[in-house]
Design a protein around this ligand. Structure first.
Ligand code: PDD
Length: 286
């Protein structure tokens, strides 16, 4: 059985408990991070902790532990659960006040809750989907206006995945005012004439940790990157497309709303970026 971490304790997953008054449960008043694990080591951990601290600060939420503690907890869970490839999920919520109330509780009386658990995913790096590429549909982006904060309000992204599934696709790209924001749980890119195009960072998208690393590696490899809005019409005309996230790394997209990109197989840029990302990230893993 998996060992998980809840508010200071390492416990078997069936013994881990959170109050029914926890604001994460009642109000989605919580933030999270997903860090991938390769070769039993954490990928881009510092980036995930930096974004977590930013999310917490934006919501005036206190962290119950230091970033050093978080590293120790992540490593302990990876070791205890024997994770070679997979993910570590971390969630901090505004804790469990005595009763339900819209007003934030006093942090001195109501400490934040911290939950961390691992997900074992052998074959995460060698994912066969990366060879085939994925199919996406476009849907309206109906999320709130602070998508740069990594909150646990994932109902609309979850509905988006279901819309994709019902349409026989793998994921959905969300569109706002005619322009693609991002995927349901990943950042979105197109490639045209060798140039990598992706929406610039703002409150409209999550500032992906994988995105930052991939854009850095692309620049180092002399690839041209343009951070700007693009439409679904432009994406359908692109040579290639792909997504990035901690759980998919770099994953080619070969079809948008039923229209094949190029010959309908992953092109050259996305697979190359995946290779570079995996190689460099493994080297820097801690
Ligand atoms: N999702 N955009 C959204 C809306 C996301 O939920 C994610 C990550 C990303 C990519 O961010 P990063 O490269 O830091 O993983 C972009 C995680 C993996 C999840 O919810 O499981």
């Amino acid at each position: 059985m998996r060992t998980v971490y809840v508010n200071g304790d390492y416990l078997p997953e069936t013994d881990a408990k959170i109050s029914i008054f926890d604001r994460g449960f009642l109000m989605a008043d919580g933030v999270y991070e997903v860090t991938s694990v390769l070769d039993g080591k954490l990928i881009d951990f510092d980036g995930h902790v930096a974004r977590l601290e930013r999310s917490l600060a934006e919501l005036e939420m206190a962290s119950p532990v230091t970033s050093e503690d978080l590293l120790e907890i992540h490593r302990a869970l990876v070791a205890r659960n024997g994770i070679e490839e997979g993910m570590v999920y971390l969630q901090i919520t505004r804790g469990a006040p005595a009763d339900r109330d819209f007003v934030f509780p006093d942090p001195d009386e109501t400490p934040s809750s911290l939950v961390v658990f691992t997900q074992n995913k052998p074959g995460l790096a060698d994912n066969p989907a990366a060879k085939k590429g994925m199919r996406v549909i476009s849907i309206d982006d109906m999320r709130w206006g602070r998508r740069d904060i990594k909150t646990v309000q994932l109902l609309y992204p979850s509905m988006g995945k279901m819309m994709a599934k019902k349409a026989g696709a793998d994921d959905a790209w969300m569109v706002q005012d005619g322009f693609v924001t991002e995927g349901t749980s990943n950042n979105a890119y197109i490639v045209k004439g060798g140039k990598i195009i992706t929406r610039a960072r703002s409150n409209d998208i999550l500032h992906g940790i994988t995105r930052a690393a991939v854009l850095r590696f692309a620049a180092e490899a002399q690839m041209e990157v343009e951070e700007r809005n693009f439409t679904i019409a432009e994406a359908r005309e692109a040579d290639e497309a792909f997504i990035t996230s901690a759980s998919t790394f770099v994953m080619p997209v070969v079809e948008i709303d039923g229209v094949k990109l190029g010959d309908g197989t992953p092109g050259r840029v996305a697979p190359r970026l995946r290779e570079i990302y995996l190689e460099e990230s493994r080297k820097a893993a801690i």
